[in-house]
Design a protein. Structure first.
Length: 228
């Protein structure tokens, strides 16, 4: 059953998502990482006023075995702000060559009242869900990404959403991203992207000035195993 605060998907997004059905990609299981927290608020707009390029992320989730929509599935996203910070956690300064992982980063929440750029939504009867957010910033040892998890049956499937490097360079050349040092990791050099990340690069329309819309159709295996 779909929750009462479910928001209908706009016609333009539904059309874009419908076009993706024929090229729906198999969900690649990727690490959850160190910055996931207890289940966030069920909401579409997760920005909470954070500065950055407006971004809509529209997803279509299907059963990889049958091709049927995943109806009422709870999809959760979390990401960094334009400075590379996750709500609730202190900034982490990686040492040279250190990769940000669940083992290398302290997972203590120091600001529990912070909830920006976290949220969840239930898919509608077509398997659609949408999040209003901002283009993520970078942090050491990782390419730009958004974490995505969905409850499927009795397990949690986890992956990450990515962006074309040339588009990221264009976005990061403009404020508020331009005031930071150059990022140290791209898709080509990211240790996590290499394991299926090409399948979750968002299909984007719009521009780096007024905002972007990213869409993706993913087929989720019912017996997939999440990796922490």
């Amino acid at each position: 059953m779909i929750a009462s605060n479910w928001v209908p998907v706009e016609d333009d997004l539904a059309e874009l998502l419908g076009e993706q059905q024929m090229s729906c990609r198999l969900w690649p299981e990727q690490t959850e990482g160190p910055y996931r927290r207890d289940m966030p608020a069920e909401r579409r707009d997760i920005t909470e006023g954070r500065d950055g390029l407006p971004l809509r992320v529209a997803l279509r989730l299907l059963d990889a075995g049958t091709g049927d929509p995943l109806v009422g599935a709870l999809a959760e996203v979390w990401q960094a702000d334009h400075e590379g910070h996750y709500s609730g956690f202190p900034p982490f300064q990686a040492q040279a060559g250190q990769i940000v992982t669940s083992a290398s980063v302290p997972r203590d929440v120091v600001a529990p009242s912070e909830t920006f750029l976290r949220g969840c939504q239930r898919t509608d009867d077509r398997g659609f869900c949408v999040f209003d957010t901002i283009y993520p910033g970078w942090y050491p040892s990782r390419t730009v990404h958004i974490h995505l998890a969905v409850e499927v049956g009795d397990h949690l499937a986890v992956t990450q959403l990515y962006f074309p490097d040339d588009l990221t360079d264009e976005v990061f050349a403009r404020p508020p991203y331009a005031g930071r040092p150059p990022r140290d990791t791209t898709n080509a050099t990211d240790s996590i992207f290499v394991d299926g990340g090409e399948r979750t690069v968002l299909q984007l329309v719009g521009d780096a000035v007024d905002g972007l819309t990213g869409v993706l159709c993913l087929g989720v295996e019912q017996n997939a195993r999440s990796r922490i």
